[in-house]
Ligand binder design. Structure first.
Ligand code: HXC
Length: 510
């Protein structure tokens, strides 16, 4: 018996050794951890239950029958993060470069099926060279199976991808269909085709970093939601993110104990809005003062910074925050900001996360670049996302809510549940000067007349009260009482029931 136990332990040791000491050392030398080291950091200590440790590929071409490593380049299983179950797979770059074979794919799809059946989040840690070249079409089939499961799980369980090394070819599309992608600076990159193919096809010379590094994907392409300086930080932040997320679309949002009183007032908010309407202020300050302990997990913070999206908590329960940022482009809505916020709103709506919308928006960004870039359809995405969302929606207009952007930003007309405005709010079709120059075109050139008319317009329309007179605003509130008002609104909305008409699915303007 002892021998049998020892032989099991020996087999386990072999599997745990991955591609061997030399390849592990090379991995470390590049500043990367091994798949198992990553899992240890991500999960609660001792909680990892591994599956399929002894799975081996069945390929025979190119002498592959002479080369087997138990586990076949991916470590899979489940464990807990702060006591809550998550499923995961971690590509092992030390084994065939983490490349995907038929059996490697089967290990992943087994975990995807289990995560979906048991309604718990799934996390993929990527560090791989794409399809196992020796296997050809069997690897392509494997990818297809993974992709199909990504789609079926979308909107049912949270799916998270962390890119911690190369991620190319077939490996990029599974992350692309998950809810969030995170990267590690300097050691990770993502592209469909690498620098060599790019050179051959388009004659462009680029490095891997220039083509698909973390900075490209968090700023330019917006493929990745955030980048971290190193793997340890990335994995610890994933634990923090998981704490915000419900297990599935039928689970309630997590609730954690908080010492931050929902009744807390913040008198400094009464002076947040500058005297001049054209002066910016930092919407992050309002977010920090509004949410529990100022704890905010920002999503896509480096892209389209004129809108802020992320998770926070009010009275211990997760909320999604969508906020115009007056500090960047005056908080205007452009194509990038609209797409960014629309995707975030839809994630929240999938997973029953209430949405708090903080509004200070001068409108949509004019110009040929925006119009040619499809602003109409991108703006419509955000409009569509807010309008279809059935989760509790609490909206605060702090200053400007002009034009179509007023409607879009979770207005009463898009089924906002509780819509408040600060006394500094200006809810109107446009700013005073623009409005007066259109209505009183004949007066242009007579500066005094235009100034008087603009003042009249401001007094009449640039306030929250015209909207409040119509019930578009439920109440004009004191800025210092914002947290209390929002907390009470969310508590009242806990039993909200709202369903959209039956449909196979909607047709959001993609
Ligand atoms: C089999 C692979 C592999 C692959 C790497 N390896 N990629 N084995 N299939 N796709 C192996 C290498 O042979 C090597 O084995 C080990 O992994 C480490 O690779 P290196 O090249 O030494 O590492 P490095 O210099 O860091 O380069 C990493 C890399 C490079 C940039 C990822 O390996 C590479 O370009 N790989 C090929 C990428 C690729 O073209 N993949 C196919 C994409 S097509 P040893 O034994 O020496 O340690 C695709 C289509 C699917 O994915 C589409 C589905 C929709």
């Amino acid at each position: 018996m002892k021998e049998i136990l020892e032989s099991l332990e020996a087999r386990r040791e072999l599997a745990r050794a991955g591609g061997g000491a030399a390849r592990v050392a090379a991995q470390h030398k590049r500043g990367k951890l091994t798949a198992r080291e990553r899992i240890e950091l991500l999960l609660d200590e001792g909680s990892f239950e591994e599956f399929d440790m002894f799975v081996q590929h069945r390929a025979t071409d190119f002498d592959m029958d002479k080369s087997h490593v138990p586990g076949d380049g991916v470590v899979t299983g489940w464990g807990t993060v702060n006591g809550r179950t998550v499923f995961l797979f971690a590509k092992d770059f030390t084994v065939f470069g983490g490349s995907l074979s038929e059996t490697h794919a089967q290990k992943i799809t087994k975990i995807q099926d289990m995560a979906l059946k048991n309604r718990a989040p799934i996390i993929g840690l990527f560090d791989a060279g794409g399809a196992r070249i020796q296997e050809g079409v069997a690897a392509l089939g494997g990818y297809g199976e993974v992709f199909q499961r990504n789609v079926l799980a979308s909107g049912v369980i949270p799916q998270i991808s962390v890119i911690m090394g190369p991620c190319a070819g077939g490996d990029v599309y599974s992350p692309a269909m998950t809810d969030f992608i995170f990267m590690v600076r300097d050691t990770s990159y993502m592209f469909v085709t690498g620098p060599d193919v790019v050179k051959t096809v388009t004659n462009e010379s680029v490095t891997a970093e220039e083509l698909g590094g973390a900075s490209v994907h968090t700023t330019k392409s917006s493929i990745a939601d955030k980048a971290y300086d190193n793997e340890v930080e990335a994995l610890l932040q994933m634990r923090r993110l998981i704490d915000f997320l419900p297990e599935s679309n039928t689970a309630d949002v997590p609730e954690i104990p908080t010492f931050d009183d929902g009744e807390r007032m913040d008198m400094s908010l009464d002076t947040l809005i500058p005297q001049s309407a054209n002066k910016p202020y930092d919407m992050h300050e309002l977010i920090a003062k509004l949410v529990d302990e100022g704890d905010f997990f920002e999503i896509q913070e480096a892209h389209a910074r004129n809108i802020i999206t992320g998770f926070a908590r009010i009275e211990g329960r997760t909320v999604g925050i969508v906020a115009n940022q007056p500090l960047v482009l005056a908080g205007v809505l452009d194509a990038d900001a609209s797409r960014k916020a629309a995707r975030f709103v839809r994630f929240c709506d999938c997973f029953s996360i209430p949405i708090i919308t903080l509004v200070d928006v001068p409108g949509f960004l004019p110009g040929t670049a925006q119009e040619y870039g499809g602003l109409i359809k991108h703006g419509a995405k955000l409009l569509f996302a807010f309008a279809e969302a059935t989760v509790p929606k609490v909206t605060i207009i702090t200053r400007k809510a002009f034009g179509g952007a007023y409607d879009v930003m979770a207005s009463k007309h898009l089924r906002g549940d509780v819509n408040y405005a600060w006394p500094t709010a200006q809810i109107a079709v446009m700013g005073a000067k623009g409005a007066v120059e259109i209505i009183f075109r004949a007066d242009i050139g007579d500066d005094d007349k235009i100034a008087t008319r603009a003042k009249d317009y401001e007094e009449r329309f640039l306030s929250p009260f015209v909207a409040a007179e119509r019930g578009y605003i439920d109440e004009v509130i004191m800025p210092h009482a914002t947290r209390r008002r929002v907390a009470r609104a969310l508590a009242m909305l806990r039993g909200k029931m709202l369903e959209n008409p039956w449909k196979k699915h909607d047709n959001i303007p993609l």
